[in-house]
Design a protein around this ligand. Structure first.
Ligand SMILES: CC(C)(COP(=O)(O)OP(=O)(O)OC[C@H]1O[C@@H](n2cnc3c(N)ncnc32)[C@H](O)[C@@H]1OP(=O)(O)O)[C@@H](O)C(=O)NCCC(=O)NCCS
Length: 146
């Protein structure tokens, strides 16, 4: 991810996350958070088709975001981006990868379950407005000892 991606990322966010899109200032601060924050962007001839990012905080890494543009969904890109995050977290020595997902996001939940993430806990009515539950999921990585 480069600073020149930010305008396009913010536009995709408005499409993909209507409830809580990250605006440009959030992207600037995420970019400034490198190397602890680590983002990957995939492009085709028309522009950005997918992006995903990590917080690499030590033994537990967190998925900050993952998204695929509507025109490219359903072709395996989300799964590839997630696999890339797993690789990067493992290379940095993390033992677990965590993420948070809305109860009503069935596509994302299926993606995570297929990639080996397990439900750790549920925060009831976490997302407002709407009172949607948040599921916290976790996947053990290669370096995990316990
Ligand atoms: C979730 C998202 C990243 C999936 O990306 P994608 O490229 O379409 O997903 P893939 O084609 O790699 O699919 C991988 C797996 O995810 C699941 N999946 C993807 N889309 C799905 C859908 N619409 N319904 C059910 N399961 C779905 C399936 O298990 C699929 O595996 P399979 O095709 O072998 O059955 C994409 O839908 C997206 O960007 N959504 C909007 C943003 C978002 O919600 N991000 C996650 C926030 S927690």
């Amino acid at each position: 991810m480069r600073w020149t991606d930010i305008e396009e990322l913010a536009a995709l966010e408005r499409q993909l996350f209507p409830h809580d899109a990250w605006a440009e200032p959030t992207w600037w601060s995420e970019l400034a958070g490198r190397p602890r924050r680590d983002y990957v962007v995939e492009e085709d001839a028309e522009g950005i088709v997918g992006y995903a990012g990590l917080d690499l905080g030590g033994e537990v890494a967190d998925v900050m975001t993952i998204a695929v543009a509507p025109r490219a969904q359903g072709r395996g890109l989300g799964a590839r981006l997630l696999a890339e995050l797993v690789d990067r977290a493992e290379r940095e020595g993390a033992e677990f990868l965590m993420l948070e997902v809305r109860d009503d996001n069935l596509a994302a939940r299926a993606l995570y379950e297929r990639a080996g993430f397990e439900l750790l806990t549920t925060r009831r009515r976490y997302y407002q407005p709407g009172g949607i539950d948040a599921h916290i999921m976790r996947r053990r990585l290669k370096g995990a000892t316990a």
